[in-house]
Design a protein around this ligand. Structure first.
Ligand code: TRP
Ligand code: MN
Length: 453
């Protein structure tokens, strides 16, 4: 294949590398710059993980979202870990996402664009550079791409060789994602099988079983009529992560030999986080020079002028699907602060997709010390987000959630009523609390209902 983007090739090094001259927030202090260069030189010659045509296709799908013709489902761990690259864990996440997708597609009869928060989500922005425990101060954990979670000097020392492991873990995960999406398992005829092994006696689980039975009947009916379209046999599934570590992203940036344009080769959809979205910073500069579909997270303090400035800097040719705003304001703030942003951007800028992240604005610390979120707040933010768009006549374009296929106890509430006192039972996240399988399904049913009305 001609267009595999096999070499890193920089046609205009001055512009492609312009981010290096700008302030880059949230970058680790690598103690060994020589080793960092060795690792990134290696990555620069490694095969890209995703390809330009795939990114272009996702941009087209996101254009449908921006036009109000499709809905984005994005989900996965807050922070992936190297230890979490197991067949069971990845399968569980993918099956959960497929189940949510089928609930949304069936419930709302609208095409669902499926993107994992997966195969690259190994780096975390943090509120403080260090952490102190029992009088000892060490660098904060910044994700498996940078250092280890254990509170020891060895683990917490940033190690650039972890960037290579991030690439390998992403490649292994993406391989399973690709096999899963097109190898038969994502076939709609398997809708029942995706629920196997999960707790199916919960209200959401039972409701899912009924839905799967209904889909089965429809498929048998269509088969009896002689209809068996290929579209039912596979899904398009894309991978996305926060493009935080610019040394890694730059090393995996490739030039598409068809067009001479540059793409991040680390994932299909990359986003700029709330803490790194400085308009004059390195992240915005790097993102302005890649062709992937991209997103910017907008917190409660984001202004309409900032949003307009992002559209100008990141989408100067006004291409639909290029830019998505992922709003994470909190259940209360979203109703007050989002309307101005949506109104101004809709009136003055190129079409963007609006997506709701109902997780990050609703985090708090339980008395036990666990970071947690209430299911009802998460739902409340999605409801607020939908209400704002309903009032303005714009499209609530999707949800971006932190979830796992496992039966964890990290978020409170939901149909199985995880209590504060349950949090310690199975609290496994390396960073923020995730919806468990059952809470994820339940959310999908509730969002499908909102999409319908
Ligand atoms: N290909 C269609 C789609 O992606 C139908 C489909 C096949 C599907 N397998 C699926 C939808 C799994 C949701 C989940 O929409
Ligand atoms: Mn998070």
């Amino acid at each position: 294949m001609e267009n595999l983007m096999t070499t890193q090739h920089t046609p205009t090094p001055t512009t492609a590398d312009a981010w290096r001259g700008l302030p880059a927030a949230q970058q680790p202090q690598w103690p060994d710059p020589e080793l960092l260069r060795e690792v990134t030189d290696g990555l620069a010659h490694a095969p890209a993980l995703v390809f330009a045509e795939e990114c272009d296709r996702l941009r087209e799908r996101m254009a449908a979202v921006a036009r109000g013709e499709a809905f984005l489902l994005q989900g996965g761990d807050c922070a992936e870990t190297f230890a979490g690259v197991t067949a069971d864990a990845i399968n569980g996440k993918l099956r959960t996402l497929l189940q949510m997708a089928v609930v949304l597609t069936h419930g709302a009869a609208v095409p669902v664009v499926k993107v994992g928060r997966i195969a690259g989500q190994y780096a975390k922005p943090r509120s403080r550079p260090t952490e102190t425990q029992g009088g000892v101060t060490l660098p904060v954990y910044r994700g498996d791409a940078v250092n280890g979670l254990a509170f020891t000097p060895v683990d917490r020392r940033p190690d650039p060789r972890r960037l290579r492991r991030m690439y390998e873990a992403s490649a292994a995960t993406l391989n399973l994602v690709r096999a899963f999406a097109t190898g038969g398992y994502a076939d709609l005829h398997q809708a029942h099988a995706w629920n196997r092994g999960f707790v199916s006696h919960s209200p959401a689980g039972r409701r899912y079983e009924e839905l799967a039975a209904e889909i089965d009947r429809s498929l048998r009916f269509m088969a009896a009529c002689g209809v068996d379209p290929q579209e039912l046999r596979a899904v398009e599934f894309f991978a996305g992560h926060e493009g935080l570590l610019l040394d890694y992203e730059a090393a995996l940036t490739r030039t598409d030999s068809r067009t001479g344009l540059r793409y991040a080769g680390s994932g299909h959809l990359l986003w700029i986080g709330e803490r790194t979205r400085d308009l004059d910073g390195a992240h915005v500069e790097y993102f302005s020079r890649i062709r992937n579909p991209i997103a910017v997270k907008l917190g409660p303090d984001a202004t309409a002028d900032q949003a307009l400035a992002y559209t100008e800097k990141l989408n100067p040719t006004a291409e639909p699907g290029r830019l998505t705003f992922v709003v994470r304001m909190g259940a209360d703030a979203v109703r007050d602060r989002l309307p101005t942003l949506v109104a101004k951007v809709t009136a003055q800028a190129a079409p963007v997709a609006w997506v709701c992240d109902p997780m990050h604005g609703n985090t708090f610390e339980a008395p036990s010390g666990h970071k947690t979120r209430r299911f009802e707040d998460i739902l409340g933010e999605v409801e607020g987000f939908f209400a704002v768009h309903r009032d303005l006549g714009t499209h609530a374009g999707g949800i971006h959630v932190e979830l796992t296929g496992d039966d964890v106890t990290e978020c409170i509430g939901g149909g199985e009523e995880v209590q504060v006192a349950d949090l310690h039972r199975r609290y496994e996240t390396a960073c923020d609390p995730r919806l468990n399988h059952n809470q994820s399904l339940e959310l999908a049913f509730l969002v499908a209902q909102m999409l319908r009305t």
